[in-house]
Write a protein that binds this ligand. Structure first.
Ligand code: SF4
Ligand code: SF4
Length: 65
């Protein structure tokens, strides 16, 4: 089964850079660098673990082609 490709979007007003999403991502598709949350589309497999892990609901997924 292939998961749909998604882009993970962040609400920067909610995110407090706790790192939970970084910790659960199996592909290192999210990093926090210089106090900035960053997403790498090419690494993401669309598992959405990051969305489930975020304690403040700052992440959402948008399907992409
Ligand atoms: S959907 Fe999965 S692979 Fe993509 S950024 Fe979130 S945890 Fe990582
Ligand atoms: S889990 Fe949520 S609050 Fe924590 S760094 Fe990721 S997006 Fe930000």
């Amino acid at each position: 089964m292939t998961l749909p490709r998604v882009k993970i979007l962040i609400n920067r007003e909610k995110c407090y850079l706790c790192g939970s999403c970084v910790a659960v991502c199996p592909k290192e598709a999210i990093i926090i660098e210089s106090e900035e949350w960053r997403f790498f589309q090419e690494k993401c497999i669309g598992c959405k673990f990051c969305i489930l892990a975020c304690p403040v609901g700052a992440l959402t997924a948008k399907e992409v082609e």
